[in-house]
Design a protein around this ligand. Structure first.
Ligand code: DP6
Length: 360
């Protein structure tokens, strides 16, 4: 598919006013997206688990207007949040060619996250995918012809990507692939697709406990981190390695090979952070407690044979991944040995989930 296929033709059922609401999940990448080009196109393919509990709920109310320009306000937990408005404005400007009605309405965007705003969990993936879903749903109401479910999800992912790359993977589940890769038919740089290749039962309902190590603002945003990959001495090797890891992961997921899953997932997390540490300027987002947790995970795995492993996103928090069958033992270990490294002892138990839901 090309970008042009997301430009609508005419609307035969234009609405004066209305509202629509969606819940969209967060996701955690197994093979990471780090480095982009053009307009939000990834330098390598990535794959993620869609989460269940970490999500954003967004309702948009729209009213036709005659004034020019974009007109919207954003409410977070019922209160006006002007801090979000520049990001939404940029998003509207980017997606306008694909949703040409945007300037014709006044929007009230009411949003809330299942996780605290200050938790250090990025809300951009779930936030932008929830907003994209609402807007494509609004378009669906106005189109005279039926939009297929497959096209609906693709367009939502396509638009979400224009807001934040990883948001492209926050529409469906439980595993989503984003980025064109020769080994994966149907994969595209433009949108995420559900991972439709064989997956062993051990990876069903996979658990993710997110340990909240640091809840502050990151010193270096992801946007800047991606930019630093342009002049990065190891960038091309990294992009190649990520694509190779996807090939490896495909076999691992099919066979249920936990030993190699652990190696690949932890290596991906550390490669991501190695890119940060070898950027110019270089920086470190891990905190001493991030390393304490990693060390404890390695010791626990060695002494018990458990299959837990860690991954990281662009921050200090640690995602602990483990099979459903090991939930009891791993959670007991987290309580006993890891919670003390979390800020205010906070963590979130989550698991792989099936994607966004329409709210009534
Ligand atoms: C480290 O999707 O936040 O979480 O496209 O600039 O919004 P933008 O970046 P973003 O990048 C996050 C990347 C990551 C890894 C991943 O989710 O694949």
């Amino acid at each position: 598919m090309t970008e042009a296929q997301f430009i609508p033709k005419t609307y035969s059922n234009v609405k004066e006013s209305g509202s629509v609401a969606w819940q969209a999940p967060s996701n955690i990448a197994l093979v990471k997206y780090w480095g982009k080009h053009g307009v939000q196109l990834p330098k390598n393919a990535s794959v993620s688990f869609t989460l269940s509990h970490c999500c954003t709920k967004t309702k948009i109310s729209f009213q036709k207007k005659n004034t020019p320009g974009f007109d919207f306000e954003v409410l977070l937990d019922g209160k006006r949040e002007v801090g979000f408005e520049p990001k939404v404005l940029k998003f509207f400007e980017r997606i306008e060619p694909y949703l040409p009605f945007l300037r014709q309405y006044r929007f009230t965007i009411e949003t809330s996250n299942s996780f605290p705003h200050s938790s250090g969990i990025a809300s951009s993936a779930s936030g932008l995918s929830a907003l994209a879903l609402c807007l494509v749903d609004m378009e669906r109401m106005m189109e005279g012809v039926d939009m297929t479910e497959a096209f609906f999800s693709k367009k939502a992912s396509f638009l979400a990507r224009l807001g934040s790359g990883s948001a492209a993977r926050s529409i469906e589940g439980p595993l989503v692939l984003w980025g064109s890769h020769p080994g994966f038919e149907g994969s595209s740089d433009l949108f995420g697709i559900p991972y439709s290749f064989p997956v062993h039962d051990i990876f069903k309902n996979y658990r993710d406990t997110i340990l909240l190590v640091d809840k502050g603002e990151k010193q270096v945003s992801s946007t800047i981190g991606h930019e630093l990959m342009h002049e990065h001495p190891y960038a091309n090797n990294r992009f190649e390695e990520a694509n190779n890891n996807l090939n490896r992961l495909r076999t691992i997921l099919e066979k249920g090979d936990l030993e190699n899953f652990i190696r690949l997932i932890e290596s991906e997390a550390l490669q991501l952070h190695a890119m940060m540490m070898t950027s110019l300027p270089y920086y470190i987002l891990m905190k001493p407690n991030t390393l304490q947790i990693i060390q404890r995970i390695w010791e626990f795995r060695k002494s018990t044979g458990s299959n837990l492993c860690f991954t990281l996103d662009a921050g200090a928090n640690v995602h602990v991944l483990y099979p459903e069958s090991e939930q009891e033992a791993v959670r007991a270990f987290i309580e006993a040995d890891l919670v003390k490294f979390c800020k205010h002892g906070e963590y979130i138990h989550d698991k792989a989930g099936n994607g966004a839901k329409k709210l009534v």
